[in-house]
Design a protein around this ligand. Structure first.
Ligand code: ADE
Length: 342
């Protein structure tokens, strides 16, 4: 099940949360990769600092584990403001949000993770807060119902989402700044791994960092997680020094192949290729065959397989590529077979 995967971008355990905070860069100058985004953000922050103003509302979108939360913390640090963090599914009642909003000070940052999962009622409630820094709060019921207009301090909302397409247009339009966070090239991940190893007091050879990076699916959170698994392996099976050979052995033992694919990825590809003759196959059918939630497949499994060209999303469903079959050592169903079947 996805919960146990070590190559997923999200699903952070509490103890991992602690390590995550230790490894997280606090400033833009420490942040590795996403150069274009970083340059743009630097200008925005400097301009806001010069004017003594809060920055506009920001939306970060992209696959899980790429640093959206980290960037929100960096913005708060760079602006010298407080960050209050919550998540779309945690905000159930307008009262929950009312309490948070009225406690924000001038320039504070409200970070809402998984903002695409806000309920419609909360979304409606948040519009005037974002636009005019006020909320309309209904007290009492029926004939006694009253709308109280509550002014708010000028705060910045930072939203993060893995699915920008699920955001309603009115919510999307209320953000002033949009930043797409993309998968990291292996060279950037190798630098992140070397930085993390230094913080964790672990000795790692550059070739080993590169080998781990290449299996990290373009995702820093996965890179840091694999580094910790390899570090355990080095401590137990060797003298603690992480060499390339040891890193590869440790990751092979975890079932993570040369491209960073794990059992679930391989199973998904194998089902499309063998069972559905290369596709197309609907995501619901894949979820049912794999006994996995569709959201897990869409958020955590597919993005990287799409990125490396192993699957394609078409109107009629998902299709696997010949490269995917080659990587798994499977026969790729020829055109004839597909025409006969579909
Ligand atoms: N740790 C996780 N992501 C990072 C990044 N982008 N730069 C530096 N360290 C990181």
């Amino acid at each position: 099940m996805a919960r146990e995967r070590i190559v997923t971008g999200n699903e952070i355990t509490p103890e991992e949360d602690q390590v995550f905070i230790t490894l997280r860069p606090d400033s833009l100058s420490e942040y590795i990769g996403q150069n274009e985004l970083r340059d743009k953000l630097e200008v925005t922050l400097e301009a806001a600092r010069q004017r003594g103003e809060a920055i506009e509302h920001v939306l970060f979108y992209g696959p899980p584990g790429l640093g959206k939360t980290t960037l929100a913390h960096i913005i708060a640090n760079e602006m010298g403001t407080r960050l209050v963090a919550t998540a779309g599914p945690a905000l159930q009642r307008t009262g929950d949000l009312m309490g948070i909003l009225t406690n924000l000070n001038e320039g504070d940052i409200l970070f809402i993770d998984e903002i695409h999962r806000l309920s419609p009622v909360i979304e409606e409630f948040i519009y005037p807060a974002m636009e005019d820094f006020k909320v309309d709060f209904v007290v009492d019921k029926g004939a006694f119902a009253k709308v109280i207009n509550v002014p708010l301090k000028k705060f910045t909302l930072i939203g993060a989402t893995t699915r920008a397409g699920l955001l309603s247009a009115p919510l999307r339009d209320r953000f002033g700044l949009y930043y797409h966070v993309d998968f990291y090239p292996a060279e950037d991940l190798a630098r992140i791994i070397i930085r993390s190893a230094r913080i964790l007091n672990t000795s790692i050879q550059p070739e080993a960092a590169q080998a781990i990076a290449e299996r990290s699916r373009g995702t820093p959170r996965i890179a840091n997680r694999l580094l910790r698994r390899v570090r355990d392996y080095a401590d137990v099976k060797s003298d603690g020094e992480i060499t390339e050979e040891l890193a590869c052995k440790a990751l092979d033992a975890e079932g993570i192949d040369s491209l960073g694919l794990d059992n679930l990825d391989r199973k998904l590809l194998q089902i499309i290729i063998d069972y559905y003759k290369g596709g197309p196959v609907g995501i619901e059918a894949l979820g049912a065959t794999l006994n996995e939630e569709v959201d897990t497949l869409v958020d955590m499994v597919e993005p990287y397989l799409l990125k490396i060209g192993f699957i394609q999303r078409t109107k009629r469903g998902r299709m696997a590529s010949a490269e995917a079959a080659r990587h798994l050592g499977l026969n790729f169903p020829g055109k004839d077979t597909q025409q006969r079947l579909f």
